[in-house]
Design a protein around this ligand. Structure first.
Ligand code: PMM
Length: 261
């Protein structure tokens, strides 16, 4: 899953794709490099980020979604039902909600209405205040329990069971140590019974471990992605598809070799 952020302030590639033409060009390149899905987002969710209005967000993402949906499968990275509805109408097939339906109770209904798929991310609080909520006795058990409740809400809103994916939400109300524990015990999310999405790409915990600035975190990201794949991740959200596809392919082959008698 390749990332196109149509935002002026996203932490990893902020500003690079803020205009429609360069965002579409970036998405086209991600498909050419082998992305199975391109994720288009119009609001930065980095810690402390200010929200933008639904109309501003939709104006950023809808033309990009419409153009990229001609080339391959597109997900819309939003927690707002209104933006999700417009993006699905423009051709997106998946709604990627980092809040798992907690920030907009109407989101799951929109997903159900369109027969779309949904990525249910784990978050506490809002992107603005989430780091104050990064307190857990057992982060993995609590994330699994909270995701289970959000899955139940999605099913109750009419989302089909086969259209749900779950994501532990690395960096979303998590410290670096929480992220590492979630990756090390990712297999426990398998108990939920849904495909697992992991977004480690260029995040601060990778920077903390490697001492690298955002743009130089691809090798560290490859380490995180390899671990995620070996612990059961099914979808990796990445900025550099070309680099990460190879790392993922090797880790995946190793994981499969352990399963063949
Ligand atoms: N991380 C970011 C944005 N969207 N979506 C999912 N499903 N999982 C994530 O971990 C995730 C996400 C933040 O990263 P960015 O600012 O580089 O896009």
């Amino acid at each position: 899953m390749g990332v196109v952020n149509v935002t002026p302030d996203s932490f990893s590639d902020g500003g690079a794709c803020f205009d429609e033409v360069s965002a579409v060009a970036r998405g086209r390149r991600l498909f050419a490099e082998g992305a199975d899905l391109v994720d288009v987002g119009g609001e930065s969710t980095r810690p402390g980020a200010e929200p933008v209005s639904a109309s501003e967000e939709a104006a950023r993402v809808v033309p990009v979604v419409r153009a990229l949906a001609e080339l391959g499968a597109v997900s819309i990275d939003t927690y707002k039902a209104e933006v999700a509805a417009l993006a699905l109408a423009a051709g997106a097939e998946v709604v990627n909600d980092i809040s798992g339906g907690t920030l907009d109770p109407a989101l799951f209904g929109v997903v159900a209405q369109h027969g779309a798929a949904v990525i249910i991310g784990h978050l506490r609080g809002t992107p603005k205040d989430m780091q104050a909520h990064a307190r857990y006795d057992d982060v993995v058990r609590e994330v699994v329990a909270e995701l289970r409740l959000r899955v139940a809400a999605a099913l109750a809103a009419g989302v089909a069971r086969g259209r749900i994916l779950v994501d532990p939400g690395l960096g979303f109300a998590k410290t670096a140590e929480h992220n590492l524990e979630l990756l090390a015990r990712l297999g426990e999310l398998g108990a939920l019974g849904f495909p697992i999405v992991v977004g480690a790409s260029r995040k601060a915990f990778v920077g903390k471990l490697t001492g690298r600035e955002t743009a130089a975190r691809e090798w560290g990201t490859a380490g995180a992605n390899a671990a995620a794949v070996l612990h059961g991740a099914n979808v990796l959200r990445v900025h550099d598809v070309l680099a990460q596809r190879d790392a993922i392919a090797v880790a995946d082959a190793i994981g499969r070799a352990a399963c063949t008698p």
